[in-house]
Design a protein around this ligand. Structure first.
Ligand code: CA
Length: 300
């Protein structure tokens, strides 16, 4: 009588297990493992309508000011789609002139040159695993691991000089500037053209024990979570009416004109409350991503 040794039986079981796990790793039991392209569009709105290059936005801020938008650029990172269970599935960013694998620059308006440049870059592009996605989350900010790199010699999109922020050795996460028709009256009663909102990490100082060479007390990154978002039919709107709703853009009470995230600038209190970032600590405020109204889903 021939007996089958125990070892081969065990080996056969391992083979079956290995085959089963291989199937599972290739897409949940037979699904398509080809990454799915995703393009997430952004658009600026005010009073429910698109913001135009050179156009006038009315009803802005606590005084209902009329203003033109001079600059509207911001960095986006940690981009993920939400599946039906609410799980965040990271988007692998494509590498191009506007984004690296870690961060993308959205440029909706740029008037730092001689002419207004509109919609230079409106989309974050990349891939996700095949699946059904119902929402989106991202952060307005530059990841700390690359925030303090030199703009010279650094790959796009961190090589944009206008987004460098020398006073904190990092980047402006957002550069949003408006020119009120009534101008901006400063504390000394003189006037100037532009009310600035520059967001970025503050309290930064050189620290050789940290891998980035710096340490900052206030992160000031704005988390956004849209539980209902369809990238094929919708864009992410940044709502300037909401962003400036608690700011008087015709007045500056001190420090940098407008709010450049300075810890003692009283003009920052309102706008930090609308982006749901705690102005004192730099951490998300009042539920942060779940309660902010600046970014929303909007039909393309
Ligand atoms: Ca100020």
């Amino acid at each position: 009588m021939i007996q089958v040794p125990a070892f081969p039986r065990f080996a056969r079981s391992l083979t079956v297990l290995a085959a089963a796990s291989l199937v599972a790793s290739c897409g949940g039991g037979g699904g398509d493992s080809t990454p799915k392209d995703v393009s997430i569009n952004f658009a600026a709105i005010a009073n429910g309508a698109p913001v135009q290059c050179g156009g006038t936005v009315t009803g802005l801020g606590t005084t209902g000011a009329a203003a033109s938008v001079k600059d509207l650029r911001f960095y986006v990172s940690n981009v993920a789609l939400l599946d039906i269970g609410g799980n965040a599935v990271p988007v692998s960013l494509a590498t191009n002139g506007w984004q690296s694998d870690k961060v993308a620059l959205i440029s909706l308006l740029d008037a730092t040159g001689t002419a207004c440049v509109a919609n230079a870059n409106v989309a974050v592009t990349g891939t996700v695993p095949q699946g059904t996605y119902v929402g989106l989350q991202f952060e307005m900010g530059v990841p700390e691991s690359v925030n303090h790199t030199d703009t010279v010699g650094t790959a796009a999109p961190l090589n944009v000089a206008a987004m460098a922020w020398s006073w904190q050795a990092g980047r402006k996460f957002a550069k949003i500037e408006v020119d009120p028709q009534a101008r901006v009256t400063k504390a000394d009663a003189t006037t100037t053209t532009t009310w600035n909102f520059h967001l970025g990490s503050t309290g930064c100082k050189a620290d050789t024990t940290n891998a980035t060479g710096y340490v900052c007390t206030n992160s000031n990154r704005m988390p956004v979570r849209l539980t209902a978002f369809d990238a094929t039919t919708q864009a992410v709107s940044i709502n300037l009416t909401e962003l400036f709703s608690t700011s008087d853009v015709t007045r500056d009470t001190g420090g940098a004109v407008g709010c450049m995230s300075g810890a003692t600038d009283a003009d920052c209190t309102g706008i930090f409350s609308t982006i749901k970032v705690n102005f004192t600590s730099g951490a998300p405020l009042d539920g942060g991503s779940a309660t902010q109204k600046v970014f929303a889903a909007r039909t393309k």
